[in-house]
Design a protein around this ligand. Structure first.
Ligand code: NAD
Ligand code: ZN
Length: 353
């Protein structure tokens, strides 16, 4: 058991659990997780709901193939360190932290070369390993990110998807460039704010939801449009653009959006693709060739260069708090999941402590 700890700990805790194969989640009492010599025990303060959690709740095909119940779900969180294992250094009880939810093997070529985000054996908390929708979670100390500057706990709770946004948005230099973001979900919205902050000229965002487009406008994008009602070519014309977008950030998972993006890029344009298409996709690859486009797949976050970037972007004035539109107590998890599943608002946060 842990060597350094703060106060006494309860034997059990609340956790949101996929108890058996089938739809739904249960808020139930489970034992506190154990703390190995290199682990950190965190009392969870706030958590964010991700699309992954919605898949697991509804028990769709992906969840059926991927999840083995019983499982504590959730991977976006922040909290306070309450105990650390005996060989942990640099992290002490009382520190306020977020956690990288991808646990890497440490043995594969990429891990050994320090490229941990490219690990071939990544496992995720709340997917393969016990998750964060609970009063406490343990993580290897190497996955813990300490907040050394004051930060809004709700923002700290969404460092995981903020990391997806930052990792995608910073793939290509944006200073003075025209950027197209397809999909104004929480991650697309945060990515749009990051490229704005990084000096893009025009940031054009597409989505099908009028509420999300309205939210995008309040967050300061150049133009937010529904591509089924307006053509991107017309918007380019209206903005005085003549050659297409320099950088594309695909944040919807929609094949239609990716096709639209490919058709609206400049020659040599560069696309970073975070959105996950549900199945195989037909693309105009001749245009990719003739327009010499780059399409790069993005998964997760860089450990821990993206985490460093997130912290310093916030310190340098980037404010992503506007992307959080709904806050619930963990006891109201059903209402919180319903708000997230509606697909109309921004990020939904559940508070635990
Ligand atoms: P989200 O589902 O909340 O947002 C996606 C948005 O895309 C929705 O608002 C939807 O209305 C919009 N959309 C659908 N069709 C569109 C179209 N044709 N044109 C424009 N917009 C369209 O998702 P999110 O949480 O913001 O995540 C964004 C994407 O990234 C999702 O596909 C998600 O699965 C994926 N994701 C990937 C990673 C990774 O590591 N690669 C991590 C997290 C999320
Ligand atoms: Zn590895």
């Amino acid at each position: 058991m842990a060597e350094r700890r703060e106060g006494s700990l309860p034997a059990t805790m609340r956790a949101l659990v996929k108890a058996q194969a089938g739809p739904g989640l249960e808020l139930t009492e489970v034992p506190l997780p154990s703390v190995g010599p290199s682990d950190v025990l965190i009392r969870v303060r706030a958590t964010g709901i991700c699309g992954t959690d919605l898949h697991i709740d509804s028990w769709d095909d992906w969840a059926r193939r991927t999840i083995t119940p019983p499982l504590i779900v959730g991977h976006e969180f922040c909290g306070d360190v309450v105990a650390v294992g005996e060989i942990v250094t640099g992290i002490e009880p009382g520190m306020f932290v977020s956690g990288e939810g991808h646990l890497v093997c440490g043995q594969c070529r990429s891990c050994r070369a320090g490229r941990r985000h490219l690990c071939v054996r990544t496992q995720g908390i709340g997917v393969q390993l016990p998750g964060a929708f609970a009063d406490y979670i343990t993580l290897p100390a190497s996955n813990v990110w300490v907040h050394r500057h004051p930060i809004d706990p709700d923002v700290a709770a969404i460092f995981d998807p903020f990391g997806n946004a930052v990792h995608t948005a910073l793939q290509y230099p944006c200073l003075g460039e025209d950027v197209l973001v397809t999909g104004a979900g929480p991650i697309g919205l945060m990515a749009a704010m990051v490229v704005r902050h990084a000096g893009a000229r025009f940031v054009v965002v597409t989505d099908l939801s009028p509420e999300r487009l309205a939210l995008a406008r309040t967050l300061g994008v150049t133009r937010a449009l529904d591509p089924t009602r307006e053509r991107l070519a017309d918007v380019q014309h209206e903005l005085g653009m003549t050659e297409g977008f320099d950088v594309g950030l695909e944040m919807s998972g929609s094949p239609t959006a990716l096709r639209d993006m490919i058709a609206n890029m400049t020659h040599g344009g560069r696309i970073a693709m975070l959105g996950i298409p549900a199945g195989e996709t037909t693309l105009d690859l001749a245009t990719v060739v003739f327009h010499m486009l780059t399409i790069k797949g993005i998964y997760g976050r860089e450990m821990f260069e993206t985490w460093y970037a997130m912290s310093v972007l916030l310190q340098s004035g980037l404010d992503i708090s506007g992307v959080i539109t709904d806050r619930f107590d963990a006891a109201d998890h059903r209402a919180a999941f319903a708000a997230a599943a509606s697909g109309h608002g921004g990020k939904v946060v559940m508070r635990w402590a």
